[in-house]
Design a binder for this molecule. Sequence first.
Ligand code: MF3
Ligand code: CO
Length: 261
Amino acid sequence: MIVRKTAAELEKMRRSGLLVWRVLKALERMVEPGISTMDLEVAAERMIRDAGARPAFKGYYVPAVGRQYPFVLCTSVNEEIVHGMPSPKRVLKEGDIVSIDTGVELEGYYGDSAITVPVGRISPEAERLLRVTREALELAIDRARQGNRLLDISAAIETHVQAAGFSVVRDYVGHGIGTRLHEEPQVPNYVDRRNENPRLKEGMVLAIEPMVAAGRAEVALRPDRWTAVTRDGSYAAHFEHCVAVTANGPLVLTRPEDNEP
Ligand code: MF3
Ligand code: CO
């Protein structure tokens, strides 16, 4: 069942969403050669707790892995796609890209967002990967409208990524979000006729999160059993926003309204 949210609930989700946005903005500004992914983790946890919120990922049980995720952030560097774990040993260097994904729970409602950030100067191809993935997310957000169907969102992502010559990662998908981090429906970044394709209705909130590989889409797991990487070692990018379907069109909850790209 897809839970639809009232206007009052969307207001609460907006507060969680804006906290996530504020945290990611601060972390983005910290990213430079020489900083470790654990530096980002420590700063994020402090900001979230200072705001009276709870980190949504830390201790979250992920059925596919069969364990609780141990950190506030997922920090996935270069060929790492998702669930990269912060470490003081992972020091970022010029030319890297780092995906930073985090979620919070504030007054019972969740927010979840991700960005991929360049470390210093990066290659033109890495620049293009970030741009195309960000554009795919924006095109998908624009499809989050009453009367459209779920797979219209998926198709927008897949079409844009394929046209750029990149690959959509299929092993991880977006999700509904609200009083739980993961709610129905799953929001795939590709179209498959086997997927459910409900009509989008007012009050639905979707965490849309394209993960894109510069090369092939095949995924491998590191021995830590969390970190997902591209099998071919190509770089991967990940951007995510929580989006509400409203009578006035898509409402992005994880950024201020005057901050659209
Ligand atoms: N943003 C991802 C998601 O929504 C990561 C959360 S899983 C966790 O599924 F392991 F980090 F908790
Ligand atoms: Co998510």
